[in-house]
Design a protein around this ligand. Structure first.
Ligand code: FES
Length: 152
């Protein structure tokens, strides 16, 4: 009778071992998939998109250049015309204020830039603000690459 119980116990152990093997066997492909995912290079910086409704005519929305981390003003100087300018003043690198009355003002030394073109209106800055391409798709605005650097 004792032998019968031992055989049942061993059989139970066998079932248990088989169960553990099966469990580990199922987890292994998942672990491999994770290893493969970590080997994939990180994607490029996410595209920057804003709601067109958040950029009123004459106003702006502030976003961030994913490459530089600098603040960027997306503006709509005329109805349906969208563009964007770096907030980094081309004089000495201060942050210009958000567009107001068609101008971007730098509080450091008083430069003013045209909010429709980025051109210098009043120095001491001599180079325009870097301009980004903006494309409209439905009710979304997508920040594109820099169209022109602030100088040369
Ligand atoms: Fe903007 Fe000097 S840094 S005017």
């Amino acid at each position: 009778m004792d032998g019968g119980i031992a055989a049942v116990a061993m059989g139970g152990a066998g079932l248990l071992t088989g169960s553990l093997t099966a469990t580990f066997g199922r987890e292994k492909p998942g672990a491999d998939a994770k290893a493969k995912q970590s080997a994939v290079p990180a994607p490029a910086a996410a595209p920057v998109t804003v709601d067109a409704a958040s950029v009123p005519v004459g106003g702006s929305a502030q976003v961030k250049d994913p490459a530089s981390g600098d603040a960027v003003y997306v503006v709509q100087p005329k109805a349906g015309q969208y563009c964007a300018f770096s907030s980094v003043c081309t004089h000495s690198g201060c942050a210009v204020d958000a567009p107001k009355d068609g101008r971007l003002y730098c509080p450091c030394h008083g430069s003013r830039f045209d909010a429709a073109t980025g051109a210098v209106v009043t120095g001491p800055a001599t180079r325009p603000l870097p301009k980004y391409r903006v494309t409209k798709e439905g009710d979304k605005l997508h920040l594109g690459p820099l169209e022109a650097q602030g100088g040369s």
